[in-house]
Design a protein around this ligand. Structure first.
Ligand code: SF4
Length: 289
């Protein structure tokens, strides 16, 4: 396969064929993120993308899932995406699910009818980073969108029939805004009622602006116990029936998983136990993005 630079994909796409339809992230300005810092965003030539699909077809059998990378492949113009989805359908008939990273910008550029068309051609799931439900935090991290804008984008995807997977990042409010971050994030999720929700924990890369803020003392990281308290606050305000919740990523200090709302009390009990005993947190050296 032909890949440019580091490739990122959601944990749930670990077994998917990754097709790099775009290079980098169309926003690329979030203060905590260094994933695509070395790449200028561009959409690859459609013929090259189709060629990659053919190469994969000739090399692999049983491709059950395809994931369109990099950061924001929904930026591809709809007629070109239609060609790509049709080509996947024709050449990989066993493919059961096609996933994509999306952003508020790319979702806003698509009409509901366009999204419905993409869904009808096999685009089943979109991964959208909310990061925080707090507008203050979103402004601080330079997300480029408000909570309401991201909520509306997620609802638009759902209306089109596309599964929505939302990512939040615990610790992103720091010591100053952790409570707003927890409560506003829960409120945002309650409005979206996503199919999937992933709660990662903030990790700091020296290449990021947030690292500089920490060095200068303008942002203070939460301790593992404070992250657990923030997650507890978040779960306490959460009401999103049926959402599959995962907080068992390599970055998380504590592993939690369940189906909302029925598993909220169980996860709260698990967290309370860890907070009370102040043990059971993943060691720093074991954490990864
Ligand atoms: S967090 Fe997402 S939107 Fe922000 S720069 Fe990184 S990849 Fe782009």
């Amino acid at each position: 396969m032909r890949y440019e630079g580091s490739i990122y994909r959601p944990p749930s796409e670990a077994r998917s064929l990754i097709i790099q339809a775009t290079i980098g992230c169309s926003h690329n300005k979030c203060s905590f993120c260094s994933m695509y810092k070395d790449k200028n965003f561009r959409i690859r030539n459609t013929d090259d993308i189709l060629e990659d699909i053919s190469i994969a077809r000739n090399r692999f059998t049983n491709i059950n899932r395809v994931f369109l990378a990099d950061g924001d492949a929904l930026m591809i113009k709809t007629p070109e995406l239609v060609k790509i989805l049709n080509y996947i359908k024709l050449n990989i008939p066993e493919c059961e699910r096609i996933g994509i990273y999306a952003s508020p910008n790319s979702i806003k550029r698509k009409s509901l009818e366009e999204l419905k068309l993409l869904k009808s051609l096999g685009l089943d799931i979109a991964y959208l980073g909310l990061e925080s439900g707090s507008d203050k935090v979103l402004l601080d991290i330079n997300k480029g969108s408000t909570s309401e804008e991201i909520i509306n984008c997620a609802i638009k995807l759902k209306e089109a029939g596309i599964l929505v997977s939302i990512t939040l990042i615990s610790g992103l409010g720091g010591k100053e805004h952790w409570k707003d971050h927890a409560i506003d994030s829960a409120k945002a999720i309650n409005k979206i009622n996503p199919d999937y929700l992933g709660l990662l924990t903030l990790m700091i890369d020296p290449e990021t602006r947030l690292y500089e803020e920490i060095s200068k003392g303008s942002f203070q990281l939460l301790s593992p116990r404070e992250v657990a308290l923030e997650t507890l606050e978040f779960l306490t305000h959460l009401d999103s029936e049926g959402t599959i919740f995962r907080s068992n990523h390599a970055s998380n200090y504590i592993s939690l998983r369940g189906t909302l709302n029925k598993d909220i009390p169980k996860m709260i009990r698990e967290l309370e136990e860890v907070i009370k005993e102040d043990i059971g947190f993943k060691e720093e050296w074991m954490r990864r993005l």
